[in-house]
Design a binder for this molecule. Structure first.
Ligand code: URA
Length: 226
């Protein structure tokens, strides 16, 4: 853990302890806006912190912002976001019912023949951004987290997560009472024909299961005495 990371944890305990969740998130987002913990700081337009309802019991965690997210400052506003919103809508869920963020808050890309292409975040970038993710989760305290794609599942469920075998399974986690993973919408967009339709149906079903898990978790007694 680098010095910057240590400071981010230390600052969190001193000034994010009071206020509403929205206020506390705003404070963290303001600090993240000037983060230089990894090289993505040099190439980003802006930090894409997160979007949605800070009081939401359900959090979705994707991988990293792309071009549209970097331009607008909002997660999942490009083609993958359009697909995700459609799958949420089929479950009567909108952004105001959830909180959505990413493993990494700045756009990773490479430049090929003069054109910028999105790339997956490196392990160093994921590690550098992890304190922001952890602070976000700590403030929101979601009952249920749905990871979009294996990279988020590797961090929030367990290392070596196998999407083909473990998709849709529920894990009782360190970060939320229940955590599961589903296909990343960008992965679904790369499929065609029956494979596309099947994966899309599974994403809709996994969102439905997450919604149901929230209802169950709300009925369960709290684990703490106070
Ligand atoms: N893909 C992601 O993982 N996150 C976004 O915000 C957009 C696309």
């Amino acid at each position: 853990m680098g010095e910057e990371t240590d400071n981010r944890f230390a600052e969190m305990s001193s000034d994010e302890g009071s206020g509403t969740k929205a206020e506390r998130l705003q404070l963290v987002a303001a600090r993240a806006a000037t983060c230089t913990a990894c090289d993505l700081a040099a190439t980003r337009t802006q930090v894409v912190f997160g979007d949605g309802n800070p009081e939401a019991p359900l959090m979705l965690v994707g991988e990293a912002p792309g071009m549209h997210e970097d331009a607008t400052g909002k997660p999942f506003v490009g083609r993958a976001g359009v697909l995700l919103d459609a799958c949420l809508r089929e479950n009567s869920i909108s952004r105001k019912h959830i909180y959505i963020t990413n493993l990494v808050r700045c756009r990773p890309f490479t430049t090929e023949s003069g054109a910028a292409r999105n790339r997956p975040p490196t392990q160093e970038e994921i590690n550098a951004c992890r304190p922001w993710l952890e602070q976000t989760i700590d403030i929101i305290q979601p009952l249920v987290i749905l990871c979009l794609g294996a990279p988020a599942a590797n961090v929030l469920i367990h290392k070596g997560f196998k999407m083909s075998q473990e998709r849709g399974q529920w894990f009782e986690g360190r970060y939320a009472r229940y955590v599961a993973a589903t296909w990343h919408p960008a992965y679904i967009l790369r499929l065609q024909g029956d494979a596309y339709e099947a994966a899309r149906r599974e994403l809709v079903a996994d969102i439905a299961a997450a919604r149901q898990k929230v209802i169950e978790a709300k009925r369960e007694p709290k684990l703490t005495l106070f």
